[in-house]
Write a protein that binds this ligand. Structure first.
Ligand code: KIV
Ligand code: ZN
Length: 512
């Protein structure tokens, strides 16, 4: 019998709280639909006590996602946090609360100023209070890996006795090793009473071990893994869903465990997240990087042509890489568009689809072919950011070698036109200076890259930017036939994310 491993996806909470990955409520809803379609068991939608945006997005997701997925929200061990979760989750079909408190000596002393006994008592009373609102309660001992074993046993036993049904053992700082975490799970399962308890692992990737540690935790008895798409999350990120799931699938006989993930949805979901956040994955990222299935060396190609298994342990189509990039045009109908959108990670209700279809038809009147990038632009333009920020109305660049001038016209968030110009020693520098002047937003560039997408007459430039602002990092992308225009769109993508973030400034500053 193969054991079922529950996939607890925290892309919208732990992932989203990391620099450069912030999403607004609409983007989170788009992502939640894709996660449900991917087949995750639990979606952690946010931390309602931390911001109005998290409350709104949790409510929107709860209204839409049905009982096939459990929805979880994060809460400190405080009555105010727990009631905020209960309120935000009122409409959820299958709600869970995830309460946490730090248990390690360092956190007890410097973060909480609480004794070991106080922490255990707080955990117990919070879980008991949470049970008044929720049947499904998960308890996490933050920084569990650096906590004394006997304190962990006390905290988990108290939480279980008070009614927690899932116990999560986070490696909050990404410090553990596979052997250590495997043995920790084995010892905890023996020491903490409760046959029906689900043990959960939550590994951060500071030493690049998050996936290996999560797999080792499964060997030690964990039956829930907390992870994120593309491994996004605090600092070096969390365990990557796609890597964990494919390890379980490809080495199923070894682990004797599997997830319920529809693996052919992995690449579409990963690409959707990249578009929504502007955070692109590296080319050689396992499973979802563009090089993950590319064979360059002649000797490899020779072997592959004779038998794919010489160098391939899974097929690109198993994880959702399209065989070819389908080009849509004026004669394409609803079925073709719908199939293509699913391949890109989008899931729509019928009336929303009709709206997208009509936008698509308008685009085909001015553009002969509509490719994947155009579609992504069309959706993210109309679904995620319409009316929420600055849009590019027009731009003109003149460059006389060493002296460039940029003139830009934008429409501001209220629909008013603003025009500005700037001079500099290069076209991109002049462009960014003019955009700053028009928006009043000064961005400190951390990185700027332009890639070509596609070949020949269909080729596009994709610009990606990352910037620092008020000690936070933001990333953005822009796609256009013209690379300077792509750069302008990427700059605006970042500026609009920043504006949305400002609007949704967290009410509470606590970070998990
Ligand atoms: O990393 C961590 O400890 C967390 C907990 C809140 C589960 O994210
Ligand atoms: Zn975490």
């Amino acid at each position: 019998m193969t054991d079922h491993i529950r996939i607890f996806d925290t892309t919208l909470r732990d992932g989203e709280q990391s620099p450069g990955a912030s999403m607004g409520p609409t983007q989170k809803l788009v992502m939640a639909r894709a996660l449900a379609e991917l087949g995750v068991d639990i979606i952690e939608t946010g931390f309602p006590a931390s911001s109005q945006a998290d409350r709104e997005s949790t409510d929107a997701i709860a209204r839409e996602i049905g009982a096939q997925v459990t929805l979880a929200t994060l809460s400190r061990c405080s009555e105010a946090d727990i009631t905020a979760c209960a309120k935000a989750m009122e409409k959820a079909h299958k709600p869970r609360i995830h309460v946490f408190i730090s248990t390690s000596p360092l956190h007890r002393k410097f973060k909480l100023g609480m004794s070991e006994q106080q922490v255990v008592e707080r955990a117990e009373s919070a879980v008991a209070f949470a049970r008044r609102y929720f049947d499904d309660v998960e308890f996490s001992a933050e920084d569990a890996i650096r906590t004394e074993f006997d304190v962990l046993v006390k905290a988990f036993s108290a939480a279980a006795a008070a009614g927690a049904t899932t116990l999560n053992v986070p490696d909050t700082v990404g410090y553990t090793t596979p052997d250590e975490i495997r043995s920790l799970f084995q010892r905890l399962r023996t020491a903490v009473p409760g046959e029906q308890l689900i043990w959960s692992t939550h590994c951060h990737n500071d030493l690049g071990l998050a996936v290996a540690n999560s797999l080792a935790a499964i060997e030690g008895g964990a039956r829930q893994v907390e992870c994120t798409i593309n491994g996004i999350g605090e600092r070096a990120g969390n365990c990557a869903v796609e890597e964990l799931v494919m390890a379980l699938k490809v080495r199923n006989a070894y682990f004797n465990a599997d997830s319920g993930i529809r693996t052919e949805r992995l690449v579409p979901t990963s690409r959707l997240l990249q578009r929504l956040t502007g955070m692109m994955v590296q080319r050689n990222k396992a499973i979802v990087g563009v090089n993950a299935f590319a064979h360059e060396a002649g000797i490899h190609q020779h072997g592959m042509l004779k038998n794919r298994e010489t160098y391939e342990i899974m097929r690109p189509e198993d994880v959702g890489w399209p065989r070819s990039e389908l080009v849509l045009g004026r004669h394409s109908g609803r079925a073709a568009l719908s199939e293509r959108l699913r391949a890109l990670g989008f899931v729509f209700e019928e009336d929303e689809f009709e709206h997208v279809f009509s936008n698509f038809k308008s685009l085909t009147e001015t553009q002969r072919v509509v490719n994947d990038r155009d579609l992504e632009q069309l959706i993210l333009g109309s679904t995620a950011s319409a009316g929420q920020g600055y849009r590019l109305a027009s731009m003109r660049i003149s460059d006389s070698g060493g002296q460039a001038r940029a003139e830009v016209e934008l429409s501001d968030p209220d629909g008013n036109r603003v025009a500005e110009s700037a001079d500099s020693d290069g076209p991109v520098a002049a462009l960014f200076a003019a955009m700053s002047a028009a928006t009043g937003i000064e961005l400190k560039l951390e990185s700027y890259q332009v890639h070509s997408i596609g070949m020949g007459s269909h080729a596009r430039g994709e610009a990606s930017l990352s910037v620092s602002f008020d000690d936070e990092e933001y990333a953005g992308v822009g796609v256009s036939r013209d690379i300077i225009e792509a750069s302008a769109l990427a700059w605006l993508d970042v500026a609009n994310r920043l504006l949305r973030r400002r609007e949704a400034e967290p009410a509470a500053s606590a970070q998990a």
